[in-house]
Design a protein around this ligand. Structure first.
Ligand SMILES: [Mn+2]
Length: 424
């Protein structure tokens, strides 16, 4: 899909500069007592899952403007995901969305093997109606007042688990659009009880080596209340369901200015941090590219994650969850995965012993400077060297453009004026 000769030619142009930059950064970090190669090794091992729906152009409530060469189905999507991993080397797995990606498991598996990818968490969809289904989700799914609708939503989640089992997935992410638009429309407590009852039925069908991720979201598509509105409710759910249930944190699913890194710390303390949907936002659930708006916040989240790395059983899942409205989705996803790795690398540079000392002494200024010193360090040579050594591109976007992939697939894939982005 990408000619190796194109990668080699692009890398050849940038290799000498990269080696010089890497050596200079190595010398600088050595003075701080940090082994640059050790950081690079950890970064290289850090994978982030790509959502299958992310490789299509997203949309807003107003319109969707598809780009050329939009993937037609999950098999096209897997090829696009393979390009992202081929150049960026940070995204070895894909997260499927059912029913959008519903295809025979054997075909999914063989395509993934062909392009060198594996499958991450399964995502169920009970926030829209699908062709041929008996009950409507207009007024909710797992928390619906009608038991038949709840049963249908449970059944759909069980199907997601079955497909996931067949293709090697190990987790189910449950996000529902359930909530209300008017005060008085729903009984908060009864609705939550119905949700819990349905979620327990899904949890009961979960294989022993699987995890269930519940995802909170403050609003949208319901605009007055949502049944899993914040991390407190999410934690209640995970605790009530059992050991295999964990909380997923989507960075865009909070009110503006909420201290997300502190939520992360609390979920770690409770042993219930399941993982992330990475994206960025300015106002709401904007689903903008990761670190496009607030890279410092992403760094602070990773500061908590690195701090907790040695906690027994600590294994959060990392996935991108973005809507690409004005960029080529492949370019955005490669760039965003690199931003996740950047935040991880910066967090690895934090002098934790020094920070603990400053905290103990209540030296607020030095504690803040300790974090800022790590955040200010330009770790791009580490990220680029990791890609180069893994066979990827020093500059993934430039190499992607030089390879002409988008123009090539645009000839095979007819132009579409498709449906909504369906981003949660
Ligand atoms: Mn999400």
């Amino acid at each position: 899909m990408i000619e190796p000769s194109v990668i080699e030619a692009e890398n050849a142009r940038a290799k000498a500069d990269l080696r010089a930059d890497y050596a200079a950064l190595g010398e600088h970090l050595d003075r701080r007592g940090i082994d640059i190669d050790a950081i690079k090794t950890r970064v290289a091992a850090y994978g982030i899952a790509v959502p299958s729906w992310g490789v299509g152009t997203g949309g807003t409530r107003f319109a969707r403007f598809p780009g050329p060469g939009e993937p037609r189905d999950i098999f096209d999507k897997l090829e696009d995901c393979a390009v992202i991993h081929r150049l960026g080397c940070a995204t070895p797995s894909v997260s499927l969305h059912i029913p959008w990606d519903r295809q025979p498991a054997a075909d999914l598996k063989s395509k993934a093997q062909e392009v060198g990818l594996t499958f991450d968490a399964m995502n169920s969809n009970t926030f829209q109606d699908h062709e041929g289904q008996a009950q409507s989700y207009k007024f909710g799914s797992l928390s619906h007042t009608d038991p038949a609708t709840r049963a249908q939503a449970v059944e759909h989640n069980l199907e997601c688990i079955e497909i996931g089992r067949a293709i090697g997935s190990k987790a189910l992410t449950v996000w529902v659009g359930d909530g209300s638009n008017f005060p008085g429309q729903v009984h908060f407590t009864r609705q939550f009880e119905r949700y819990l009852d349905a979620a327990k039925q899904i949890y009961a069908a979960l294989p022993d080596d699987w995890r269930l991720f519940s995802e909170h979201k403050m609003y949208e598509p319901a605009f007055y209340s949502t049944v899993v509105q914040d991390w407190g409710t999410n934690l209640m759910i995970a605790q009530e369901l059992g050991d295999k249930a964990h909380c997923l944190v989507d960075l865009g699913h909070h009110a503006p200015n909420v201290n997300i890194e502190m939520i992360v710390a609390r979920l770690i303390h409770a042993g219930k941090l399941g993982g992330f949907h990475f994206n960025d936002s300015k106002y709401g659930d904007d689903d903008l590219d990761t670190a496009a708006i607030d890279p410092f916040r992403l760094f602070l989240v990773f500061n908590e994650l690195v701090d907790a790395e040695d906690t027994p059983g600590f294994d959060p899942a990392h996935m991108l969850d973005q809507s690409h409205n004005v960029t080529d989705p492949i370019e955005s996803l490669m760039t965003s995965a690199n931003e996740v790795r950047r935040a991880y690398a910066q967090a690895l540079l934090v002098d934790r012993a020094a920070l603990a000392g400053f905290q103990q002494e209540n030296d607020a200024m030095m504690a803040a400077q300790c974090l800022k010193r790590a955040f200010r360090t330009d770790v791009e040579p580490i990220l680029a060297m990791a890609r180069l050594e893994q066979g990827g591109a020093i500059d993934p976007v430039a190499t992607f453009r030089a390879a002409g992939y988008r123009a090539r697939v645009a000839q095979e894939r007819p132009a579409v004026s498709g449906a909504g982005g369906g981003i949660v």
